[in-house]
Design a protein around this ligand. Structure first.
Ligand code: PMP
Length: 405
């Protein structure tokens, strides 16, 4: 398929907006992606045509809604190349998926067991594991980061031992864009019998993970970062692990039988899907996956790489710029600062010129502490951005620097 950027941009109505009387340049894709019209339409179609509760009604609409929801699960199974559709759990997002796993491990780990996270993690892949340690008496170990924003793999292998029960890292760092060597990390963890959870929040908009090839035990991501609705997400888990973990939430739909003496749980995936789920969200996430596959991840990767290279080159022309995260394997995320200038000041000024970037610690304070900075300016690109927009950002940055110096 050819990659027609103008046609793609027309799929996203929000991109035609003006902000502060300037054309919107949306470079905050790491926080959330914009939504194509097909996704917006699918949400409306659900409520206009098939809204009903699922898995419980004998009536027509309930059956139609159930079928659509389960078809979306199968679509996501195929997208991730999972072995079984019941290994795909619908969640409210990455945070929910990680908490589900960490909560389970908090109940099965023993004092002295070890959990390994990395220095590059989002807070949502740190705090749930700290809670699991508090609950179980396990110890948290951290894979150190190197100056270029990559992980120290030698130090990682030295941390592994027979007390390591789970290793958890992000596939791509939201703060720096580093693409981690997750296959190597998983292989090494398996050598000591540890399970691995991959936080795929930042990976799924840019690549198509193959969970069987990776061989990870768990893979968590959010729908809203990959053109889907907010409040949606997926946790992939290997069958034997999902069977082993205790349920996360109790309620309707997750049980086989309930008496006051004892409750038995439903089979997968229902054991982890208590209550009425985000039915519309799950179905529409399937639409978003179809949309992205229609564009093609090979096209997305190649085009975003061009944007990354172009933006890096243009930004390098600016005086006193400092880049954070310069690892060779990198997604289309650039974190930077200007010497002596607070990132927030730059972000606030360029917002007045229509440019949306994120400034701050990006929910990754340990990374900011490593560089001894309060935060960065982060421009994160999607396949619907353009080089012209990068030029607009450069012009806006020049104006901001003139005002601030
Ligand atoms: N992990 C990473 C790497 C992220 O970038 C994010 C979102 N910024 C999360 C986890 C949390 O995702 P959510 O807020 O959608 O649950």
């Amino acid at each position: 398929m050819s990659f027609d950027i103008q046609k793609i941009r027309q799929d996203f109505p929000i991109l035609a907006q003006r902000v502060n009387d300037k054309p919107l340049v949306y470079f905050d894709n790491g926080a959330t992606s914009q939504k194509p019209q097909v996704v917006i339409d699918a949400e409306a179609r659900y409520y206009n045509e098939i809204n009903a509760n699922i898995h419980r009604g004998v009536h027509h609409l309930s059956q139609v809604a159930t079928d659509a929801y389960e078809e979306a699960r199968v679509k996501i199974q195929q997208h991730l190349n999972a072995k079984n559709s019941f290994e795909i759990l619908f969640t409210a997002g990455t945070t929910f998926g990680i908490n589900l796993v960490a909560n389970g491990f908090g109940q099965i780990l023993q004092p002295g067991d070890e959990i390994i996270v990395s220095h590059l993690e989002h807070h949502s892949n740190i705090v749930p594991w700290q809670l699991a340690c508090e609950r179980s008496g396990a110890t948290l170990k951290v894979i150190p980061m190197l100056a270029d924003g990559s992980l120290d793999m030698e130090a990682y292998t030295a941390l592994l031992n027979d007390k390591t029960k789970i290793v958890t890292v992000n596939h791509i760092s939201n703060a720096l864009g580093t693409i981690n060597p997750v296959k190597f990390i998983i292989e090494k963890a398996h050598e000591v019998g540890a399970a691995v959870l991959i936080d795929g929040a930042q990976a799924v908009p840019h690549l198509k993970p193959d969970v069987q090839d990776l061989d990870c035990e768990f893979y968590a991501f959010s729908g809203h970062k990959m053109c889907g609705p907010t409040g949606t997400g997926v946790l992939y888990g290997k069958e034997q692990w999902l069977n082993q973990l205790p349920p996360y939430q109790g309620g309707g739909e997750m049980i086989k039988e309930v008496t006051f003496e004892k409750t038995t749980y439903a089979c997968l995936p229902h054991k982890f899907e208590a209550g009425t789920p985000n039915i519309a969200g799950g179905i529409v996430l399937g639409t978003a996956v179809d949309y992205l596959n229609g564009i093609g991840f090979d096209n997305i990767v190649a085009y975003e790489h061009q944007l990354l290279e172009y933006a890096t080159k243009r930004l390098s022309e600016l005086e006193d710029i400092e880049f954070y995260g310069t690892a060779k394997e990198k997604a289309s995320v650039i974190s930077f600062n200007f010497k002596g200038i607070h990132p927030y000041d730059v972000g606030a000024i360029i917002d007045k010129l229509g440019i949306a970037v994120r400034t701050g610690h990006h929910c990754a304070q340990p990374i900011m502490d490593y560089f001894n900075i309060p935060g960065t300016i982060r421009a994160s690109f999607a396949f619907y951005n353009t080089k012209e927009e990068i030029d607009q950002m450069i012009e806006a940055l020049k104006k901001a620097l003139m005002m601030l110096r």
